[in-house]
Design a protein around this ligand. Structure first.
Ligand code: ADP
Length: 179
């Protein structure tokens, strides 16, 4: 059967221009691209599942054959439930290869009918990751070249709130010390 529907899974915590580059490459190749946000509580994401999903939705709103969903079960089970034939993953550099290779082979072992397809982003995004973007923003740096504007705004709000919380915490700690 020809590959018609593909699932692009990830934490998207948050979605970056690198993820978007992969989505824009996949969209013209397949009838349907489902961007599937993994709950991944074990990774302690900065954004809630609903926040991550909303940010992805806004970022892909202009692409008619791209939809957003989330999943909490085993990836291959989710892909089969959606009636998709393949998984899309992004390969940035050799450093991604070992992990992605292992994941692809495990998923094949779990369900032989589902293929993994790798797409490479534009070279200028090969250094980009959600983790790096969060770290730059946390330290007050400019991430406008790395994420869409609505994601940058969400990051700023999140870190401002976290800083306020921390300040209040310190205030309480100081008061306790003075007593
Ligand atoms: P995960 O938690 O599954 O690693 P991510 O959201 O970090 O989720 O990434 C999802 C997929 O997107 C992975 O295949 C990852 O390699 C790929 N990816 C992440 N950042 C980039 C980027 N800058 N360019 C291309 N692919 C990327």
């Amino acid at each position: 059967m020809a590959v018609r529907t593909v699932v692009y899974p990830g934490s998207f915590d948050p979605i970056t221009n690198g993820h978007l580059d992969v989505i824009h490459r996949a969209a013209p190749l397949f009838a349907q691209v489902v961007v599937a946000v993994a709950e991944n509580e074990g990774k302690h994401p900065l954004f809630t599942l609903a926040e991550r999903r909303k940010m992805v939705g806004e970022a892909v709103a202009t692409l008619p054959n791209v939809t957003v969903d989330s999943f909490t079960c085993l990836l291959v089970d989710y892909v089969a439930q959606r009636g998709a034939q393949a998984i899309i993953r992004g390969l940035r550099a050799v450093s991604d290869f070992e992990f992605e290779f292992q994941l692809a082979l495990i998923n094949r072992k779990l369900n032989e009918e589902i293929e993994t397809i790798f797409l490479m982003p534009k070279e200028s995004y090969t250094f980009l990751s959600s983790r790096v973007v969060k770290e730059i923003c946390r330290l007050g740096g400019d991430v406008s070249a790395f994420v869409p504007p609505h994601v940058q705004a969400a990051l700023k709000r999140k870190f401002r709130r976290a800083a306020r919380k921390q300040k209040r915490g310190f205030g309480l700690a100081t008061q306790a010390f003075e007593i």
